[in-house]
Ligand binder design. Structure first.
Ligand SMILES: [Zn+2]
Length: 405
């Protein structure tokens, strides 16, 4: 429910091997909240990762979330997943983790030059910038460029991303963060593992609901920090107004067009991420009376964050108490198989409520979208290229979306 109400329509999918004597694989679907932290949506334990497993997982995922407008998946193209997604979500966007793509690419075309250029291609928000870097690859190896051009069915560059999900991540770091978050449970017996993960999710939601009550203002902290950072870097841009809502914004090497009424910039960073790019920021801040925070997409609003964590995971009694039925304010959040006698209350059940939170109420690099036709340093709104793909990230750490380590 929190995913539907408050998260961006984005799900990272991944499989992760268990370490206990029973072996098996954890399949997971992980989204991202308004503050760019992971939000676990679904997980399952399966015997092996294969087409049937993913198909079963996606069927159950669909039965839980239904059709989501503008839904986008990110994956490592795990075995069987590529076919399973369109079966249940035929209109969803499917992005490929560029880290995974590069692992395959470098088997044929190793070297630092190709590595740098691949990431530049991936981080390009617009086609001219993507093509510029691709031509660099072509000048080094026409076969390498042909290889990449053949991946047309895989969206791995921001220039290929639609604006629907408001997310510019080019790696599946969100799923890797989930795997790291549950790492200590992977050697547990299956039931204990599932229970431990359930506890972690339950407490995480409660903790973040409390954060939502404490925070003030319109935007979540990471979005606010982004805005405060980007306005410091607008000095080198020249704004030539065409009207109240249109302007040319010229940087050192190129000129682009910003439209405030459509919330677009020809660099496409604003559309893809939902955060005003440096060009938009330069225009907005030169207009008296405008607040740049008003031009940040609502997916980064504090209200969306609170909506995400408004519902609770209901507590579950220990095994000996499970024949006793429980009255929950939100029975949907409790495994129905355990509700044998509805409307009977056990003493501690009053704590199991939902929708209570709404009544009460970290990206360090300079955020700059890539230029058109100029090498891309891999920075951009809502991103910090230094952390993406770092499996040491904990779930409470920021999940950054851009570039390589
Ligand atoms: Zn721009």
């Amino acid at each position: 429910m929190g995913f539907i109400k408050g998260c961006r329509p984005f799900l990272g999918l991944d499989g992760c091997h268990l370490k206990g004597k029973h072996k098996g694989i954890t399949l997971s679907a992980t989204s991202i909240d308004a503050n760019n932290c992971l939000f676990p949506v679904a997980f399952a334990i399966v015997k092996s990762e294969c087409g049937d497993s993913w198909k079963w997982f996606m069927e159950n995922l669909y039965s839980s979330i239904g059709e989501i407008r503008g839904l986008a998946f990110m994956s490592d193209k795990d075995k069987g997943l590529e076919a399973a997604i369109p079966l249940m979500f035929p209109s969803a966007e499917h992005k490929t983790c560029v880290r995974h793509l590069y692992q395959n690419f470098k088997k044929k075309y190793p070297g630092e030059l190709f590595e740098r250029l691949i990431w530049n291609c991936a981080n390009s928000y617009n086609t001219p910038s993507f093509q510029w870097h691709l031509r660099e690859i072509k000048s080094a190896s026409s076969n390498a460029a042909t290889y990449l051009e053949g991946l047309t069915a895989q969206a791995w560059s921001r220039s290929q991303f639609t604006p629907n999900a408001r997310i510019g991540y080019v790696t599946n770091n969100i799923s890797k963060s989930f795997n790291a978050w549950i790492n200590k449970t992977r050697q547990m017996p299956i039931v204990e593992m599932v229970e431990t993960i359930r506890h972690k999710i339950m407490e995480r939601i409660d903790h973040r609901r409390a954060l939502g009550r404490k925070w003030r203002g319109k935007l979540v902290p990471k979005a606010l920090k982004y805005v405060q950072t980007i306005v410091k870097d607008i000095g080198e841009y020249i704004v030539r107004r065409s009207s109240d809502v249109m302007a040319e914004v010229a940087g050192p090497d190129f000129t682009i067009v910003v439209r405030l009424d459509e919330r677009t910039c020809t660099c496409r960073a604003w559309q893809v991420t939902g955060l005003p790019c440096i060009h938009a920021a330069a225009f907005i801040t030169r207009i008296r009376g405008l607040d740049i925070c008003d031009f940040v997409d609502e997916v980064y609003s504090l209200q969306k964050f609170r909506d995400t964590y408004a519902s609770s995971i209901a507590p579950m009694p220990s095994k000996g108490f499970r024949s006793i039925s429980i009255l929950f304010n939100d029975p949907q959040s409790f495994p129905t198989a355990l509700l044998k006698k509805p409307n009977t209350v056990v003493p501690f059940s009053s704590a199991a409520t939902s929708n209570t939170g709404s009544k009460r109420g970290n990206s360090a690099n300079r955020p700059q979208p890539p230029p058109i036709g100029k090498p891309n340093k891999g920075s951009g709104p809502q991103h910090n290229s230094s952390n993406e793909g770092d499996n040491k990230n904990t779930a409470d750490e920021k999940v950054n979306n851009n570039g390589k380590n």
